[in-house]
Design a protein around this ligand. Structure first.
Ligand SMILES: O=C(O)CCC(=O)C(=O)O
Length: 267
C-alpha cells in the first residue's frame, strides 16, 4: 500500500490498537455501502457450489469490502503499511440445520508476539443468534491449547457470538479461539473469510498514534474507565483469569505493543 493511499484511509486510534492486542479482534460496521452488502448477500443466497479461493471472481463486489477505506485503515494499523491480501479465502455458508463447528485456532498458537496474520470475517447480511454465528473467545490468541482437547469444549466463559448487522467485518488475530453455533433458523448464514499477511516489521506506529497515550501512571481507582495504554493493559481481564496468569498476559501485551511500535521488547 502506498503512502498516498494510507492518507485517505481511516487508521485506528491507539486505544483501538491496544484493545485489539487485548481482545484479539476488532469489529467494523460498513454502514455506508448497504447496497453492496445486499448485492453480495443476494448472490450468495443462490450460489449452488463453493468456489473456494475463486469467491472474489464469482462475487466481484467483495473487492469493495477488502478495499474499503475502513478495512484498509484497520489492517494498515495492525498489519503494517505493506500488508497483503492472502490468496486463500473462503465462503463459509451455514445452511439451515447445519450443526455447530468445534472450537479451533486457524494458526499454530505459538504465542508469537508479532501481529503477522489476520482473519477478516465479513458478514454481508445480518446474523442473528439462531443463524449459527461465529463464536470467538476474546483474549485467547496468546493461549496454547491442544486442538484435540479444544474440540471437546462446549460453552466457554466469556465466549462472544458474532451476532452482527449486515455489512460487518470482524478482523481477528489468526490464533484466536473460534467456532460456530448451530444454524437453527430457516436462513442461510454467510461469512466470507479473507486472510491478510504482514510483509515487514514495523519501524514505527502505522496507526493514528498520540505519544500521550503511553505515559499515564496506573490508576487503581479508575480501572474500568481506562483509556490509556498502561491502564488498559494492566486492568483489562476479559476472561477473568487469576492474578498470576494475568501478569503473564500483561507482559505479552506489552511485548506485542513494543514490537508494533518498532521498539525493543520491554525490560
Ligand atoms: O463459519 C464460521 O463462522 C467460522 C469459520 C471458521 O471457523 C474458520 O474460518 O476457521
Amino acid at each position: 500500500m502506498s503512502q498516498a493511499a494510507v492518507e485517505t484511509v481511516s487508521l485506528l486510534s491507539d486505544l483501538e490498537v491496544a484493545n485489539f492486542i487485548v481482545y484479539g479482534y476488532h469489529v467494523i460496521e460498513l454502514e455506508d455501502i448497504p447496497q453492496v452488502h445486499k448485492t453480495i448477500s443476494d448472490q450468495l443466497d443462490v450460489l449452488d457450489h463453493n468456489p473456494g479461493d475463486a469467491i472474489l471472481d464469482t462475487v466481484p463486489e467483495l473487492r469493495q469490502i477488502v478495499e474499503h477505506p475502513r478495512v484498509v485503515g484497520a489492517l494498515t494499523s495492525l498489519a503494517g503499511n505493506d500488508y497483503q491480501l492472502n490468496s486463500h479465502r473462503h465462503w463459509h455458508c451455514k445452511d439451515p440445520g447445519t450443526p455447530y463447528m468445534h472450537w479451533h485456532q486457524d494458526s499454530t498458537n505459538s504465542r508469537d508476539i508479532g501481529l503477522n496474520k489476520f482473519l477478516a470475517a465479513y458478514y454481508p447480511a445480518e446474523v442473528t443468534a439462531d443463524m449459527g454465528p461465529t463464536m470467538v473467545v476474546p483474549a485467547t490468541q496468546y493461549r496454547n491449547a491442544p486442538t484435540d482437547r479444544m474440540a471437546t469444549y462446549f460453552n466457554i466463559k466469556g465466549q462472544v457470538p458474532m451476532v452482527v448487522k449486515a455489512g460487518t467485518v470482524s478482523i481477528c488475530h489468526y490464533d484466536i479461539w473460534h467456532g460456530t453455533a448451530a444454524n437453527r433458523s430457516s436462513k442461510r448464514r454467510h461469512m466470507v473469510k479473507f486472510l491478510f499477511d504482514r510483509t515487514r516489521e514495523n519501524i514505527g506506529p502505522t496507526w493514528n498514534h498520540d505519544p500521550d497515550f503511553v505515559n499515564r501512571p496506573r490508576d487503581w481507582n479508575r480501572k474500568e474507565e481506562a483509556k490509556d495504554l498502561g491502564n488498559v493493559f494492566s486492568f483489562t481481564n476479559p476472561l477473568g483469569v487469576n492474578q498470576s496468569d494475568r501478569y503473564k498476559e500483561v507482559r505479552i501485551r506489552r511485548e506485542v505493543w513494543a514490537k508494533l511500535m518498532g521498539q525493543d521488547p520491554p525490560a
